[in-house]
Design a protein around this ligand. Structure first.
Ligand code: PGA
Length: 246
């Protein structure tokens, strides 16, 4: 059963999730182990990344023992494309902290063999020992990562077709709709369900209806985030606006 926490605002939510991540990294470092984080892109995690940067700069939190796996990448964009998720992570988090670049993973948006790239991504997660904590946003379609409806509970990292709602929502970053790729590579629902802990963030009135659907309808492929109802350790961090219809 998922837990829901309604925070005063998104800054408070971001601080709470950042503190959870700090505690995980610290506990793992004490045990001389790597902390394996699953990371997300979009507007939602930006205050979280700002808080992680602050913890690094002002409180000495080190990311030297962190391994990261991002959820997804646009198909056809290289890592130095300003709209790629590799670039997003570099600009909003990696360049401000001491994470080793070789420990950061984002699916390759350009590859000769996408199926191979996806299988290798799954294998890399397994060989890192699995993901300890996955950060998630949620799309208005109910997607987590780029698992658009319908996405089966058993789905793994794969090539997907983006929903037109998602392409329109993300076109603000590209300047115009025609520039938004039609495809992406994304961790699957099963990949996300395998993460030992999931922290989902959703802010604003635009997310209220999909949060209601996610938590109050029977889990199904039609709303991929709804599968999280069956995750053993998943917390939804909402602001009052995203919580409005619960
Ligand atoms: P957003 O996207 O954070 O930009 O709202 C969330 C998502 O699509 O997962």
């Amino acid at each position: 059963m998922s837990k829901v926490i309604v925070h005063a605002d998104k800054a408070t939510a971001a601080k709470a999730v950042a503190a959870t991540i700090r505690d995980l990294i610290t506990a793992k470092a004490k045990a001389s182990q790597a902390a394996v984080l699953g990371l997300a892109t979009g507007s939602t995690p930006l205050p979280l990344y700002a808080e992680l940067v602050r913890l690094h700069r002002e409180e000495g939190l080190s990311f030297r023992n962190v391994v990261s796996f991002n959820l997804d990448e646009y198909e056809g964009l290289s890592g130095d494309h300003p709209q790629s998720y590799r670039y997003f992570m570099e600009q909003n988090l990696f360049r401000f902290i001491d994470i080793r670049r070789e420990n950061t993973h984002v699916p390759a948006g350009i590859s000769a063999d996408a199926a191979r790239t996806c299988a290798d991504y799954e294998a890399a997660i397994v060989s890192a020992g699995g993901i300890d904590l996955q950060v998630l946003g949620i799309g208005r379609t109910g997607h987590i990562g780029f698992n658009e409806p319908p996405s089966a509970l058993s789905s793994r990292t794969r090539r997907v077709h983006l929903d037109e709602v998602t392409r329109r929502d993300n076109s603000v970053f590209f300047g115009e709709l025609s520039l938004v790729p039609h495809g992406a590579l994304t961790m699957g629902v099963a990949t996300i369900m395998d993460c030992r802990q999931v922290e989902l963030l959703a802010f604003g009135t635009g997310k209220a209806e999909i949060i209601r659907k996610t938590l109050q309808t029977q889990p199904s492929a039609d709303c991929p985030a709804s599968w999280l109802q069956n995750h053993a350790r998943c917390t939804f961090h909402l602001d009052p606006e995203a919580n409005a219809l619960l």
